[in-house]
Design a protein around this ligand. Structure first.
Ligand code: C2O
Ligand code: CU
Length: 468
């Protein structure tokens, strides 16, 4: 029998939903939304008209891949077909899903061979801004264009005039518009990683984005780059952060007027267009001192504002059903981030696994590549246990550390409690600093925990946590 969702939601059968359904918001729904994605070589016009096109690898041949939009609590099925000349997988970055759907080759699934398909199925428990990318030969596959946004909509829409996504990528192009070779260059691997020379928004090097005076935007920013960290400033505007990595936070203005987003990280901003009609306002990225550049101009239409002044308070996103870690009872572990240039590269003779160059380590272990069968876990946690990981960056470089299958609270920086204890799935740890994260190890399986600077991950800054 087919039960309509409406009947279920209104409890027509007289059953109190909360008592029969598990703790996740299960908005029972019998319809599965289905998508097909094909990883394939393609051609993209990344720069301006009149300039040469670029040969890329892309989902459905478009850069970025198609936006996947589902509703919180609705099941989704995504059939991924591999038309590349090499193995691939897809990782649904930030989604708390079953381990076998996590897309790590060797660890959670066999790689998808050329010509073959794999069906991913999961029900996103959290609303927010997520993204997807390969977890096989990631340096090349992500670096050549395989990435897309995965938006999980709130059950009730948020009051904004426009919902805008900027998936930001960078590319190292030569004069003929080709992607420059040299992926995995040793020198770069031990330093900042491969940083491109062309930064695109949704696959285009943009001059301007048109906005309307008075409108309120929800701007979803995704750093889908291999290595570049963004530090965005919005001239004469006051964006309000309402979520990090898909997880709602207390709405607050940017710290030091700048939004810092490392690779893999996202933020949702509420941006009220309070500028003057007809004028343009720059969005500047000045994360790397001396290398500041204009990402894009917000260009106002010259029409008068439809609204006299923007609505007052920014909307507060409904909380996601995240389990609250019990700090008093938590298991505590230190995780040292080691290696790299200027870090002495003192990682010889430590535990190593995988092939290829080694430049980094986590607590003395260097796992290289994108995932492997039988990786010995760095840590083992009991399912349901609260955990605090103290990430100690002993290197001279920044590391956006990403944990699969969970979101965590960032509870302290250099021993000082953070003010917001925000939820994230990727946390940027500055050189020689420490950061504590806390979460409930509620999702069983072997989960990746790695730096999202892809060169760092592939040359040793990768580990697994076992939850059983
Ligand atoms: Cu977005 Cu293991 O990565
Ligand atoms: Cu790193």
């Amino acid at each position: 029998m087919r039960v309509s969702r409406r009947a279920l939601l209104t409890g027509a059968g007289g059953i109190a939903l909360g008592s029969v359904l598990p703790s996740h918001p299960s908005f029972a729904n019998t319809e599965i939304k289905e998508y097909c994605l094909t990883a394939t070589p393609g051609v993209a016009n990344l720069t301006e008209d009149g300039y040469p096109n670029t040969a890329v690898w892309a989902y459905d041949g478009t850069v970025p891949g198609p936006e996947i939009r589902v509703r919180q609590g609705d099941p989704v099925r995504i059939v991924v077909t591999n038309k590349l000349g090499e193995d691939t997988t897809v990782h649904w970055h930030g989604i708390r899903l079953p381990n076998r759907m996590d897309g790590v080759p060797g660890l959670t699934q066999p790689p998808i061979r050329p010509g073959e398909s794999f069906t991913y199925e999961f029900t996103p428990p959290d609303a927010g801004t997520f993204w997807y990318h390969p977890h096989a030969n990631t340096l090349q596959q992500l670096g050549r264009g395989l990435a897309g946004t995965l938006i999980v909509e709130e059950r009730a829409p948020i009051a904004v005039d426009r919902d805008l996504t900027w998936l930001i990528e960078d590319w190292r192009l030569d004069d003929d518009g080709r992607i420059a070779p040299g992926f995995g260059n040793r020198m770069e691997a031990g330093m900042s990683g491969r940083i491109g020379n062309t930064v695109t928004i949704n696959g285009r090097l943009l001059d301007r984005v048109s906005v309307k005076p008075g409108e309120r935007l929800r701007l979803r920013l995704v750093n889908a780059m291999l290595a570049r960290i963004l530090g965005l400033r919005f001239a004469d505007h006051r964006p309000v952060v309402v979520a990090y990595d898909g997880q709602p936070c207390d709405p607050h203005p940017l710290e030091d007027d700048r939004l810092v987003l490392g690779p893999g990280m996202r933020a949702d901003l509420i941006l009220d267009m309070v500028g003057t009609p007809g004028r343009s306002y720059a969005v500047i990225d000045d994360f790397y001192r001396d290398l500041a550049y204009k990402l894009v101009d917000l260009a106002y239409d010259s029409v008068r504002a439809t609204r006299e002044r923007p609505p007052d308070a920014p909307p507060i996103l409904p909380a996601n059903p995240l389990p609250e870690p019990d700090l008093a009872a938590a298991a505590r572990h230190e995780v040292a981030l080691q290696g790299g240039m200027m870090g002495g590269m003192r990682i010889m003779g430590m535990g190593m696994m995988g092939s290829g160059a080694v430049a980094w380590a986590m607590s003395g272990m260097s796992m290289t590549g994108d995932g492997q069968p039988k990786m010995p876990p760095l840590l083992t946690l009991k399912q349901g246990q609260s955990a605090v990981l103290d990430l100690r960056n002993e290197t001279a470089w920044w590391h956006p550390m990403h944990l699969h299958g969970h979101s965590f609270r960032v509870i302290s920086r250099n021993g000082k409690p953070t003010t917001r204890k925000e939820w994230r799935d990727t946390v940027l740890v500055p050189p020689r600093e420490s950061t504590e994260i806390a979460f409930v190890a509620d999702n069983p399986g072997d989960w990746m925990f790695h730096c999202h600077v892809t060169d760092h991950q592939e040359t040793g800054m990768m580990a697994t946590l076992r939850i059983s």
